[in-house]
Design a protein around this ligand. Structure first.
Ligand SMILES: [Zn+2]
Length: 399
């Protein structure tokens, strides 16, 4: 027991030899040492803070010692003062002025320099993007940048995450700089404003109907499209229309000629020939790309593969990377978010349709506006027109 005690209890004066940890004193401890302020004693202050009592008054007051102090709060904030009435109103900046003249100007120019260089990087970035990209205002009111990436055309919503990623890469490659969040956000604001000043151009999602021809976005990296005219169809590398995409847009299968539509039958549990005709009609109406769109309602008993039915049809028009079918959104706002990120929608396990949702779906297929009070990351305040082609997979019999 004695041996153990001897090992743990050091000599009495050991505590005095322990260095005072730097961390609780912070940079101000170094500052006090650097300018050799006459510290009488120091101790912890308000929990994790620290306080120094000075022997002589550094403010020049001729009074009793140990009235002046410097304190570092737990937050890191530094304060100073003197308790003597002669020194009333003296604060930390006054003390710093005495020992470190010119510190204010130094701090200001340091801040000024960093913000000026951020500003400079942002404007260089904007100039560089304006050379490489075509900025314009889309028919949906959003700001777009059309540019070439990896040898194929690309279209970005200026306010999207994807564009921010591209801008970060562009800054590294074209300007050999790492863009800070501040520079990126300044550049994005400026590019968005520049795009809004340009003439409006049509932007399509998946299908564009130009009257005599229809273009269908394949959804692949090369940005190819299927051109459909009265004479037939072909896959084109550079469609004359701009397609917007969302983070869930997936590629359509590569189309091959001389197919037979009746091959579709083995993928659908369609029941009667009439149902099959209705389903093909929905497909054609969806691929036609003009409003109003029909709503296909699939009904059937449990286990009749209604969800699969809805998904097969949707995948032929607008496949998604994540879910090709989902539950009916709970309100109009969620429906509009789905609508803005997809061309065709498929909702399964629908067992009830509220009057409000029924109304919203009708307005959607007719391409009428949706009004939002706040939908900031998707749209600006205002009305949006979303025209979609939904399939409803009904849970039970239609009520
Ligand atoms: Zn004083």
């Amino acid at each position: 027991v004695l041996e153990a005690t001897a090992l743990t209890d050091g000599p009495d004066d050991q505590d005095d030899q322990l260095p005072i940890p730097i961390q609780p004193r912070g940079w101000i401890g170094d500052w006090i040492a650097k300018y050799k302020l006459p510290v009488a004693f120091e101790r912890a202050w308000n929990g994790k803070g620290h306080r120094w009592i000075l022997r002589d008054c550094p403010f020049g007051g001729q009074h009793d010692p140990e009235k002046a102090f410097i304190v570092r709060q737990a937050s890191g904030a530094v304060g100073a003062g003197c308790l003597h009435t002669d020194c009333h109103g003296k604060r930390w900046p006054d003390l710093r002025d005495i020992f470190e003249p010119g510190w204010k100007e130094k701090a200001q120019s340091k801040n000024g320099k960093s913000s000026a260089s951020e500003q400079n990087l942002a404007s260089r970035l904007v100039k560089s993007v304006e050379c490489d990209a075509q900025l314009f205002r889309g028919s949906d009111g959003k700001s777009y940048a059309a540019l070439e990436e990896n040898g194929h055309p690309e279209l970005y919503d200026v306010e999207s995450k994807a564009f921010k990623g591209w801008l970060t890469r562009h800054c590294r490659v074209a300007l050999n700089s790492i863009a800070s969040a501040e520079a990126l956000s300044n550049a994005i604001n400026s590019l968005g404003a520049a795009a809004q000043g340009q003439p409006v151009r049509n932007v399509y999602f998946r299908v564009a109907n130009l009257g005599t021809s229809i273009y269908i976005d394949v959804g692949d990296e090369q940005r190819r499209a299927i051109e459909v005219t009265a004479d037939g169809w072909q896959v084109v590398d550079a469609p004359p229309v701009r397609f917007r995409r969302s983070h869930t847009t997936a590629s359509l299968p590569n189309p091959v000629p001389n197919g037979d539509l009746s091959e579709l039958k083995r993928f659908l549990n369609y029941g009667s020939e009439d149902n099959y005709i209705l389903s093909v009609s929905w497909l054609l109406a969806a691929l036609r790309g003009t409003k109003p769109y029909p709503i296909l309602i699939i009904t059937g008993p449990h286990g009749a593969a209604k969800s699969t039915y809805a998904e097969v049809l949707r995948k032929l028009v607008d496949p998604a990377t994540l879910l090709n079918s989902r539950a009916l959104p709970k309100d109009e706002r969620d429906l509009a978010i789905s609508g803005s990120n997809n061309y065709a929608l498929a909702f399964t396990n629908v067992s009830y349709l509220s009057p409000a949702m029924s109304d919203a779906l009708c307005r959607m297929v007719k391409g009428e506006g949706f009004w939002y009070a706040s939908f900031a990351h998707q749209f600006r305040r205002g009305a949006v027109r979303i025209c979609k082609s939904p399939v409803l997979g009904w849970h039970r019999r239609l009520r």
